[in-house]
Each structure stands twice: as structure tokens, then as C-alpha cells.
Design a protein. Structure first.
Length: 162
């Protein structure tokens, strides 16, 4: 039981909700767009990048981004949801941004400054996910609510809905 409560630990400042909402919303939006705009952001883009089985991997990626993005937004199983999103963003950086550092660039982007510009959102998401993985979702999350319910002897006086 302690392991579950430890994973749900969410005693950080309430302002952490801002990081959680931003990171969750970006991944949720990107996942939905892979289905709405398949040629530009889904299988069509994955094929252009050179990813094998682009139809399978684009929709798998979109599904992971939607499900885990929602979990992060809600603050439910936040640390667990960050792990597949970290794999996702690291692959995105490696397959689409770092390749542009090679001679000749990649898809119209080349050099350090081109990569720095194109990867700004990816780096923000990477560090936002690492922050949430280490710090947890904060007190205004479903994880915090579950942890309070699962911790014996915890008084939840004065909290709405308790």
C-alpha cells in the first residue's frame, strides 16, 4: 500500500497545476491532431520522416499522447503517464530535430540555431515531464486526492468534497 501512496504522492505547491495543465494540453492536442490531420501530422508525416510502418506508429503515438496527456491534465497516475511521454518526446527530438545537425540538415532545418528554434517546444515538454516525474502533480490533482484517501489517519479538514 505504501508503494501506491508513494507513487501518488502529490504534496507539492498548488502552482504545479500550471506545469501539469500546459504539458498535458500540448500532448493531448498533438495526439488528437495526428488523427484529424493524418497527411500532415499523422502517418503522412511519419512516412516523410522515414519511420517504418507509419500508419501503425503514427496512430499508436497519437493514442499514447491522448491517453497520457489526459492523465497528466487530470493529475491521475501522473508519474506513470510521464514515462511513455518521455519516450515519445525523446524519440521526436532524436528523429526530427537532432538529425538537422548533420551536414545538409533535415527537412529544411540545419545548424544549431535552426535546431534550437525548431526544438523549443520539444525541450519545454521534455523538461516539464521530467519536473512532473520528479516532483509529482501537486496538491490540486486526482493523485493527491487518492493519496489522502489511501493514507490511514490523514485528516482532510477544510478541503472541498471531503
Amino acid at each position: 500500500m505504501r508503494d501506491v501512496v508513494g507513487t501518488l504522492r502529490a504534496d507539492g505547491p498548488g502552482a504545479m497545476i500550471l506545469v501539469r495543465l500546459l504539458v498535458g494540453a500540448v500532448f493531448l492536442s498533438e495526439g488528437i491532431q495526428k488523427f484529424l490531420f493524418p497527411d500532415k501530422l499523422g502517418p503522412g508525416r511519419f512516412e516523410k520522416i522515414g519511420i517504418p510502418a507509419p500508419g501503425f506508429f503514427a496512430y499508436l503515438d497519437g493514442t499514447v499522447e491522448i491517453v497520457c496527456g489526459l492523465l497528466v491534465l487530470l493529475g491521475l497516475l501522473t508519474r506513470l503517464a510521464c514515462i511513455p511521454l518521455l519516450v515519445d518526446i525523446c524519440l521526436a527530438i532524436a528523429l526530427t530535430k537532432l538529425r538537422a545537425l548533420a551536414p545538409g540538415g533535415f527537412q529544411g532545418v540545419s545548424g544549431f540555431w535552426g535546431v534550437a528554434h525548431e526544438a523549443r517546444t520539444d525541450w519545454s515538454m521534455l523538461f516539464g515531464l521530467l519536473f512532473l516525474l520528479v516532483s509529482g502533480p501537486g496538491r490540486y490533482s486526482l493523485d493527491a486526492r487518492l493519496a489522502r484517501r489511501l493514507t490511514p489517519g490523514t485528516l482532510d479538514v477544510g478541503r472541498p468534497g471531503s
